[in-house]
Design a protein around this ligand. Sequence first.
Ligand code: ZN
Length: 499
Amino acid sequence: MKDISLTRRFAAYVQKDAAYALALRTMYFDMATIAPKKGAAYRSNLLSILSGEAFAHATSKSTIALLQKVADQSDDRFAQDQAKAILKDLEKIRFIPKKQYVEFNKLCNDAEVEWELAREEKDFSRFAPYLHRLIEGTKANVKTRRRTECDYDVLLGDYEPNMTQVEYDRFFAVVKEKLVPFLHRLLTEGVKPDTSFLYKVYPVDKQKQFMEILKEALCVDPKSSYLATSAHPFSSSLSKFDNRITVRYLADNVASAIFSLIHEVGHATYNHQVDQVYEGTVFFDNMSMGMHESQSRMMENMLGRNKSFWVNLYPKLVALFPENLSEVSLDQWVAAINAVEPGFIRTEADELTYPLHILLRYEVERGFFDGSVTVDNVEAVWNQKIHDFLGLNVKDSAEGVLQDIHWSSASFGYFPTYALGSAYSAQWMVAMRKDLNVEQLLEEGRMDLIKQWLMEKIHTYGGKRQADELLKEVTGESFNPMHYVDYLIDKYSALYQLK
Ligand code: ZN
């Protein structure tokens, strides 16, 4: 017999959860973009009350009991799948004793404040005791889950299901063996492009005009998207037809806002193209980090930095900035936006050196959890690896071990997904090229057809299907890092005219 009341209760739970999510996301977006600073204290106070309510609703005993019942007994398969996915997500916190949970949250808040001060003062020793407690606290939290895998594998799986150290080791070994020597060769034997014109004066109001042209070239639906400005670019999909994107404008760097926009459009397009039946459910946005990043990085690097994309677009950019670009050819522009320049800061890294920044973080994090890296030697380990991979000598901890916020919020296991996303995207591109003439479509301004391919093959499933399953179905093989390495070596050998 059908349990009507169970189905109804579950539907009501899902809808209330979606209502909280919509309210919180709207408030966060408002806070990051237009909210006046003086209202911050009042707002963040009430925001924390609302997010506390949302958390209590999501994790209460009655919720867990309901989810368990739906997962075990419901005859509605879709409801059952949702309940299982929600329970899996809640596993990260639901077994942690309340006192431990509250203390750990406080530690994260304190650690973030200390991390910021330590970075300002370029003094790692100030943050070190917090990092030590964050690592130990994370281990204690993982222990409550009674899983058989080792701690770091559990954390890696939280961000990317089915990825463990065995798979990441295989991936990063290829990255290290192939890309480190290739980078060295490129920098010593390659023809270095001129990038100076990217850093002339580009008035922000004109950059904003170009954003409108760019959105059109990317076939962004103006009726279901909104572009704003914030300190750090991000995208937030409130629903399928409400995708918010932000960029930051730098008056002395024309490429910054352009490629931030293209990257965030990649993220937003993913959520915009999810099958509507998943809207308001867990599957609307529980795609893995690597999957989401594969869509943004494909849009940014493989499509957005592709010469064909710029054939018709570049003259429009020149028309807005003739004083800076009228003497710069399309080929020079494309070479400049793809230039390789080893640097200390991950977020400013080019496409080729980026995975080496991630490789470094992966090796350090793995060391935190197997005991080979501690807060006493992490700075030395970091600096040595930057030297080994990129040939640079770190001068202070602000440009070294203290540069990222992730560890101050105990996001161990997150970093590797950034590189994994790029690697996935190379594999998607191989499959896409079998169906579509990508360069021709880009030149003809048919991004809509590329997006349609992505929708049908990937986006429509939302978080309902996972990376390994989709990779096999769409590309015919499991994750294969060679596609990524081959792509980078081919691309940069041509751009840098390597023999
Ligand atoms: Zn991203």
